[in-house]
Structure formats: structure tokens, C-alpha cells
Design a protein around this ligand. Structure first.
Ligand SMILES: [Fe+2]
Length: 325
């Protein structure tokens, strides 16, 4: 296997880093480069070269780049996922890590299309159809789980949070509910992916602000669950229960959440899954006022605050899903 300088790497290559060159308890040593950020991160680890297993993961670099770039023109609602990317999503012949990269790229593209257009009935309906494609792929292909979760460690493109929470919540919900037909995981998945939709109605300067928010900005930011719920109600989209995911995903077990200050059992079960995963994703992401925690630290912190049996069971399922990575 050929070793090449990190500076010559390209998005889409599948690389291997020998354990004697770099070792980290939570980072895999073999993966596909999903964005330029992955390459930058390897440089920040002090790596000067890596072994390239394959120069192409099967998905053209330009396709993944297009999904992650903030400069790309917003796709029209009608197309949502471009045909070339859709092909990779449904091609069971390609390697699971490449397929997982396609799932993530498609999710980001659908999110981008939604967040950068006016959220009317047509736009949200098109996004729903795009997410159904992604959700069906995740639900049908168990073996993609570990690859889907591993991508998260390297990827920091604009819509990552919504996509990370969407994918992980869906995996937790599937494990928690098992094969019960009382729960429509396709519809739940849409709610998970759209949990932060309401941020579209908040001043972008506040949403993107790098420093701490003022009290006034924080009050505005805390309205996003209500805004998201209103958008879905106005556009007549999603089931009532999926809308509740959007409305209640910042409620907390101890009643200190928002917008209503509900307590554990008063919060819808679906929203509790989203809230748990949202908290985990926030703790394991960098923030202006603190560095990100490693998964073990984040899980330990959450474990110390578990309120009741339901939340303990949800937490156990989160740990099991993460353990599959
Ligand atoms: Fe949120």
C-alpha cells in the first residue's frame, strides 16, 4: 500500500494510518476522507504521510465536496438529491464506508436545500422525500451503523449537527423500539433531522455567533423549538408526534428546559430521545466557552443526571449504539 504525503491527499480517498504512526482511543485508523476538514485534522495530529488504500471510494470527490461546500448554489427543491449522489445511496454493491459517506452527503444536501430556501410547503415536502431516501437506507442496512457513526468524528460541515443528531437519534430509536410496529421510524426520522428547523427564523448573526450570547440573544435563540413547530404546523407537514420532537427537544428531565419547562414524563418519548442525543452531540462538540468532551466523559456526565427508568433505558440504548462504532 502506497504511503503519500498528507498534503497530497484528496477527498474521497480511503486511507490507513499504521498504529505505530498514530493511535487514539476514539479514532479509527482506516477511513474514507469525507471533506477537506478530515485532511486538515490529520495535519493537526502531526501526521506528514499516510497510506492510501484506494484513491477513489467510488463517490466522485466533486459530489461529496458539493454536498459539504458552503459556496455551492442551493439546489432546487424539486431535485433535492442529485441523481449522481442518489445512485450511490442505493448501490448495495459499493463498500459500506462509501455508502455511509453517501448517506451523510445526501443528508447534508437535503438540509442545505431546506435551510437556504423559504420553508414553505413545497420546500419541506421535497426535503421530506429526500430524507425518506436517507432514512430508508439507514433502516434497511444495519451494517452501515458503525460507518455512519465513525464519519461524525471527522466531519464539521455546516449542517453536521442536524445530520449527526438525526442519524444517531434514528439508530437509538430503532434499537429502543425494536421491531414494534407501533412506531413509524420513517416519520420519527424526519422529526429528528428537522429538530432545529426553527433556527431558520432566527437572525443568522445570532445562530452563527462564535462568542457567548447576550441574554437577549439567548432569549431569541430559545424560541427556535416554537418557531420550528409553527413552520411545520403552518405548512401542514409531519405527524403530530414528529412535530413534538421539534417542539420539545430542549425540554429537560429536571424541568429546567425550554420552552415550557416540562418534566421527564411530561416530555414525549420521541422528544426525549432527541434531547438525549442532542445533549450528547453538544457535549462532544467544541463550543466557544469549552472544548469538546471525549465520548466517555460526555456519557459519564449524562449518566449522573438520569432521571427515571425511561431515561435510563434510552441512555443504555445510546451507549449500545455508540458501542457498535
Ligand atoms: Fe435545538
Amino acid at each position: 500500500m502506497q504511503a503519500i504525503p498528507v498534503s497530497e491527499l484528496k477527498v474521497g480517498m480511503r486511507v490507513t494510518i499504521p498504529g505505530s504512526w498514530f493511535r487514539h482511543p476514539f479514532i479509527r485508523n482506516r477511513f474514507v476522507l469525507n471533506s477537506q476538514k478530515d485532511i486538515d485534522r490529520m495535519m493537526s495530529w502531526g501526521l506528514t504521510r499516510v497510506r492510501v488504500e484506494s484513491r477513489e471510494c467510488g463517490i466522485p470527490h466533486a459530489v461529496i465536496d458539493k454536498a459539504c461546500s458552503t459556496d455551492t448554489a442551493v439546489p432546487e427543491p424539486a431535485e433535492t438529491i442529485p441523481p449522481d449522489l442518489m445512485e450511490f445511496l442505493h448501490d448495495s454493491g459499493i463498500d459500506p464506508d462509501c455508502r455511509a459517506a453517501a448517506v451523510k452527503a445526501c443528508s447534508k444536501m437535503v438540509m442545505k436545500q431546506l435551510m437556504e430556501n423559504i420553508p414553505d410547503e413545497e420546500t419541506i415536502s421535497a426535503a421530506k422525500n429526500g430524507f425518506y431516501e436517507v432514512i430508508d437506507c439507514i433502516l434497511e442496512e444495519d451494517h452501515l451503523n458503525r460507518y455512519l457513526l465513525s464519519i461524525r468524528d471527522y466531519d464539521t460541515c455546516t449542517y453536521s449537527h442536524s445530520v449527526n443528531v438525526g442519524v444517531l437519534s434514528l439508530l437509538v430509536a430503532r434499537r429502543y423500539f425494536g421491531n414494534s410496529d407501533r412506531h413509524d421510524l420513517r416519520e420519527l426520522g424526519i422529526g429528528f433531522f428537522l429538530h432545529d428547523l426553527g433556527k431558520i427564523r432566527i437572525n443568522p448573526g445570532v445562530v452563527m455567533k462564535e462568542g457567548l450570547l447576550t441574554d437577549e440573544e439567548m432569549t431569541e435563540m430559545r424560541r427556535h423549538p416554537l418557531y420550528g413547530f409553527d413552520i411545520l404546523k403552518e405548512t401542514n407537514q409531519l405527524t403530530t408526534e414528529s412535530k413534538l420532537i421539534v417542539l420539545e427537544h430542549h425540554e429537560r428531565e429536571d424541568g429546567r428546559g425550554y420552552p415550557y419547562g416540562l418534566y421527564g414524563g411530561e416530555i414525549h418519548e420521541y422528544a426525549r430521545i432527541c434531547a438525549l442525543v442532542d445533549m450528547y452531540d453538544a457535549l462532544t462538540s467544541d463550543r466557544p466557552y469549552r472544548e469538546k468532551m471525549i465520548p466517555y466523559q460526555a456519557l459519564n456526565l449524562i449518566k449522573g443526571k438520569l432521571a427515571d427508568r425511561t431515561q435510563r433505558e434510552l441512555f443504555e440504548n445510546l451507549v449500545l449504539v455508540l458501542g457498535e462504532n
